[in-house]
Design a protein around this ligand. Structure first.
Ligand code: CP
Length: 307
């Protein structure tokens, strides 16, 4: 049974195909309005979410399907001690496909190993968030008309930021990209991500703590939140949380066609004054996530023989 746990589960050709299908969904929504009639998506969210859960649910409704949901850990039998693998087996009896978010790294992998329907990882701790990466890729493609030959700045929490790790992996597959890694010392990109996705492929990159110095060279600026929920120590969180705050002043030296992305939710790292700048793409990115999730649901249901 094909599941998607990590962005590496999808080949570059598959990423390109998903973008093509998402573009077709945007152009021809009526063509897709009944393709999942009578099919059911289960959303199992054991960690808070607004975008990912609701966009999966909106995606299934827009494909004509239905949704059953565990919206939080406290309202499921996980609170009585049921294991992730038992939960996955049980939910497979009710649904054709599962989207799961869990605070523990590897939970979606465990679920997929026992489920009898496809499982999509909707975020597992600080590990992976592949469908956010699909949203990011479609946004870059729609803004830039390409996924290569871009200088991409990643700013903020590059250590725990699962969306950063997955997007670096995806963009490292396209020719001509360069990365600028902007973070406090304590939140630098983990060395395993740097080694696997950047150094081993000979991709040019630089590391800096200074966003303003990096700004003029960037085609894409991917801002991230410093995630309180990933810190063991409140003092460290408080010290680092406002390391970078993007303001209109800081954008003065940016390219006129810069695209500013953020997986959201934001706290302070992008001033609301930036929202009206035409270079702010983060709310379009939210909508793009729905189209890519529609494309992925279709792909996995077709491969499972359900459609
Ligand atoms: N980007 C993202 O995963 O948002 P949610 O946590 O609201 O789902």
């Amino acid at each position: 049974m094909r599941s998607v746990i990590d962005i590496v589960d999808l080949s570059t050709e598959e990423l390109d195909d998903l973008i093509k299908v998402a573009r077709d969904i945007i152009a021809n929504p009526d063509k897709y309005a009944h393709v999942c009639d009578r099919k059911k998506l289960a959303t199992l969210f054991f960690e808070p979410s607004t975008r990912t859960r609701l966009s999966f649910e909106a995606a299934m409704y827009e494909l004509g399907g239905h949704v059953i949901s565990v919206p939080d850990a406290g309202s499921s039998s996980a609170s009585k001690g049921e294991s992730v693998s038992d939960t996955a087996r049980v939910v497979s009896c009710y649904a054709d496909i599962i989207a799961m978010r869990h605070p523990k790294e590897g939970a979606a992998f465990v679920a997929a190993s026992k489920a009898t329907v496809p499982v999509i990882n909707a975020g597992d701790g600080g590990h992976c968030h592949p469908t956010q990466t699909l949203a990011d890729l479609l946004t870059i493609e729609l803004e830039k008309n390409r996924l290569g030959n871009l200088t991409v700045g990643f700013c903020g929490d590059l250590k725990f930021g699962r969306t950063v790790h997955s997007l670096i992996n995806a963009l490292s597959r396209y020719e001509g990209n360069k990365f600028v890694l902007i973070s406090p010392e304590e939140l630098k990109l983990p060395s395993y991500v740097k080694k696997d996705a950047i150094k081993s492929k000979g991709i040019p990159y630089e590391q800096t703590t200074n966003l303003e110095e990096a700004m003029p060279k960037l085609d894409i600026l991917y801002m991230t939140r410093v995630q309180r929920e990933r810190f063991f120590n409140e003092e460290d969180y408080l010290r680092l949380k406002d390391s970078y705050i993007l303001t209109p002043e800081k954008l003065r030296k940016a390219k006129p066609d810069l695209a500013i992305l953020h997986p959201l939710p934001r706290v302070n790292e992008i001033s609301v004054a930036v929202d009206d700048d035409p270079r702010a793409c983060y709310f379009k990115q939210v909508e793009n996530g729905k189209y890519m999730r529609m494309a992925l649901i279709l792909k996995l249901l077709k491969e499972a023989g359900t459609l």
